[in-house]
Design a protein around this ligand. Sequence first.
Ligand code: HDE
Length: 680
Amino acid sequence: MTKKHPVNEKSKQEQLEQFKTDDRNQALTTNQGLKLSEDEFSLKAGERGPTLMEDFHFREKMTHFDHERIPERIVHARGFAAHGEFELYDSLSEYTKAKFLQNPSVKTPVFVRFSTVAGSKGSAETVRDARGFATKFYTEEGNYDLVGNNIPVFFIQDAIKFPDLIHAVKPEPHNEMPQAASAHDTFWDFVANNQESAHMVMWSMSDRAIPRSLRMMEGFGVHTFRLVNAEGKAHFVKFHWKPVLGTHSLVWDEAQTISGKDPDFHRRDLWESIENGDYPEYELGIQIIDEEDEFKFDFDILDPTKLWPEEDIPVKLVGKMTLNRNVDNVFAETEQVAFHPGHVVPGIDFSNDPLLQGRLFSYTDTQLIRLGGPNFHELPINRPVCPFHNNQRDGYGRQTINKGPVSYHRNSLAANTPAPVPESEGGYAHYQEKVEGRKVRSRSESFKDHFSQATLFWNSMSAPEKEHIISAFSFELGKVKSKSVQQQVVDMFANVSTVLAKQVAQAIGATPPSGEDAPVTKSSPALSQEQTIKKPNTRKVAVIVANDFSSDLPQVLNSLKQQGIQPEIVSTTLQNVKGTDGSELEVQHTFLTSDSVLFDAVYVVGSSSADEKFRKEALTFAQEAFKHFKPIGATDEGVKWLQAAGLDSSPGVVTGETTRFTDEFIEAISAHRHWNRHVI
Ligand code: HDE
């Protein structure tokens, strides 16, 4: 009965094509198709007279405009998305019968939306926050959504607390401040009074919450899910996305400046990378726990404030996702896409994680109001690439024209179709987990350890990462007005580390805890970004050049490009700059349009004809990069400038004095940040 619907990486794109339109070179019409002869003047009684009611063109245009906005997402409002494909390395049939995880030759189209959580739709992108990482797989068995975050745990253990958490972190209701920031009283009051948040707060205060790029952050399904194979055997699973470029972050001072200089920093980076053919790639990883081993750990695997240490339960890399196409229209695609953790396919099922269970209700509910009725599954971006048939009918915005009189089940007039199909033919059957218990409102004892993994995270950090966490707490709590809340938080995090709590207390004028940390017995190296992949690819270098640059420069720039590094020329004006040998370089940015924080490294070249103003601008770039631990290179006049400013001979600063300048500069860029530099 069920037909096979072959899906390939083009299936979604082909489907979307049917809905696209190109307005260029067309006559202007009303929505009824009527050609218009004029579009600048409303119809009036006399040239200086009132507008007439019969001006249907004016009314249609204005009415549509008046209704252009839809509510933004209650959380994850600020987002950006791209299309791509997923390919499997080896069949996962041992664990799951999901069709798209069987055959490595099948490529599945995907749509991924990244987001911040707390800020409004127009807020800056480099704020301190978790990032959403939501993937829709358009499979032959229907849409599968992996709706994850870039942090593997969550603030709360039960979905019923989600409205409280979000009320606390959003701008305070009496004055709507601060925007897209957790550094305020209500958030920290929530934290101190809901101590299950400790582990996630450690992640939020770490570098993970200020990613360098959406291409350079991990993704996590967070909850424990189930994979079920064709024999009906289930395993517990956690999902991971591992970025091929490694996991990298900004530094906080830089992130704040970028929020003003380029509030679109992350979307611009994603958009441009895809346009340049530097396709973002992420490997899909799974951690598997046998059902029999459910109780073998010192944490409850249903508790979403806990991760599964990768050293104990290894992450097996099973496939790769490549984002290779930007959207055509942000509203139609990115804004109207509707993700749902309950969009599953046969072979993927839920666990009893109480956070996941609540999410299974919330997504459709919020989308009903955001997308204005029950037919948003018909929007082009949300349609599965396989057919869908049922007896649901009507409602706002219905597009499907269901033929025939029958819209009920069971029936005889349509031979009892559309009909459910048995599991053996692809019908979804929920995993038959045995459950029993009393109806209670309570939390399992096994969920009550809130601090062990927060401490594990702290113990796994490198020295610079620990410093960043201390300084993030000090910043956030330094913005809190209530002394009592500040003190409660210090007391709470003394349970994670007294070293941390003491330093934060010192910074914010609170009373430090007494006592010392217990000796470290366990750490998880996988949690530290120190261990991540480091590559020079797609790192952006500001090359600061004036007229009369030396003839070696084009050669250096070519060598950088060969390593995948992206040099961009910055100068006083957008006029081409000329070298002593007559060669020319196109200038992409001026000191006015650009800033050091928008680059991964700075290369000061200058020239002997550069004036004092130029030298100062170049040094501002270099000093800013120095402060942010970024690689700095200098040749020609630039060497003298750095020397005079005392910026040379520090780790990650490479000057043309060395004969291996290009190689050493590439090495410095590949190392990304030079934490051992002494920054005052
Ligand atoms: Fe969400 N979340 N969430 N969430 N979530 C939404 O659904 C919710 C949680 C996540 O790009 C909303 O369509 C509850 C964890 C992402 O469109 C809403 C709880 C994780 C996105 C909702 C959580 C997420 C959302 C708002 C606690 C990581 C953006 C708009 C039980 C695993 C998807 C919408 C996109 C969006 C509810 C917690 C990820 C209100 C009740 C944990 C990536 O339904």
